[in-house]
Design a protein around this ligand. Structure first.
Ligand code: 0L1
Ligand code: MG
Length: 262
């Protein structure tokens, strides 16, 4: 680690201000010399500011889980971030695009933890249920551009998420067709295979990587396994569905634009 605690706190405060003021900032963490461990320390401090305002931790999310996204970033390891209750949008619920900087949505698979997870726990032991999900990502950096340390520090662009109906884990999750629909039209399509070859691997990676930073998945927490297609900009008024064949759908809609805002 190379950052001093004061620098960690300062970077977290800048990212928090960017999110709350909905004003993008230039990349900060990589420029300050942050390595991956520093970046996770900034992420912890950043989410700590949300918890200090009364939010509760409710889960973790995996990012850069597709080989395409990893290649784009020039990295070979997935990243993870933290979810709070304030980020959860009920299935079919509304979001206000004006609450974000440049929101994008992506279709995911979610897992529900059956128990506090220990390293070495199997998927079957730890995962009580599976659901289709949507993640809303919103980089706090201008133009959605960042280096690896930046996006880790920025809580892996986490902003909001919606989980569809929970169901017992099916026998196979490795190659289910996935569609991202906007206003009833499929705008992206892919497969759960895009998530590390099999979303179950995202669970294993989450346990391994979070443990490295002293974090445990807790009973009742959600794990977002990663995106099955590219993310798509969320426009005011859009009706969005993530459809995972065999699992069903998760939906949200964006409120219409008001007074030129959005
Ligand atoms: O959930 C994700 O895969 C996003 C990780 C961060 C990269 C991005 O914002 O696209
Ligand atoms: Mg995601």
């Amino acid at each position: 680690m190379t950052l001093h605690p004061e620098q960690t706190a300062e970077l977290a405060a800048r990212l928090d201000e960017a999110a709350t003021a909905r004003t993008p900032i230039p990349q900060v963490a990589a420029a300050a010399g942050a390595d991956t461990d520093d970046a996770y320390a900034v992420q912890e401090a950043l989410v700590g500011l949300r918890l200090a305002r009364g939010e509760r931790p409710v889960g973790l999310k995996m990012g850069l889980t597709s080989h395409a996204k990893m290649a784009q970033m020039g990295v070979s390891e997935v990243i993870w971030g933290r979810l709070t209750d304030a980020m959860e949008v009920p299935d079919g619920g509304a979001v206000d695009t004006a609450a974000y900087i440049h929101p994008r949505v992506e279709p995911e698979v979610a897992f529900l933890m059956a128990r506090d997870v220990e390293p070495g726990d199997s998927f079957e032991e730890a995962v009580a249920a599976v659901a289709p999900a949507l993640e809303l990502i919103d980089s706090r950096y201008a133009d959605f551009r960042f280096a690896l340390a930046d996006v880790i520090a920025d809580n892996t662009s986490a902003a909001a998420f919606t989980v569809g109906a929970w169901q017992p884990p099916p026998a196979g999750l490795a190659d289910l067709p996935v569609r991202l629909e906007i206003d009833g039209e499929a705008v992206e399509s892919g497969s759960t295979a895009a998530i590390l070859g099999d979303p179950r691997r995202a669970f294993e990676e989450a346990v391994r990587l979070a443990d490295r930073h002293g974090v445990r998945l807790r009973k009742g927490w959600v794990l977002l396994a990663g995106a099955a297609t590219a993310a798509v900009p969320l426009r005011p008024g859009a009706q969005v569905r993530a459809v995972v064949e065999g699992l069903g759908a998760a939906a949200l809609h964006a409120l219409p634009e008001r007074d030129g805002r959005g």
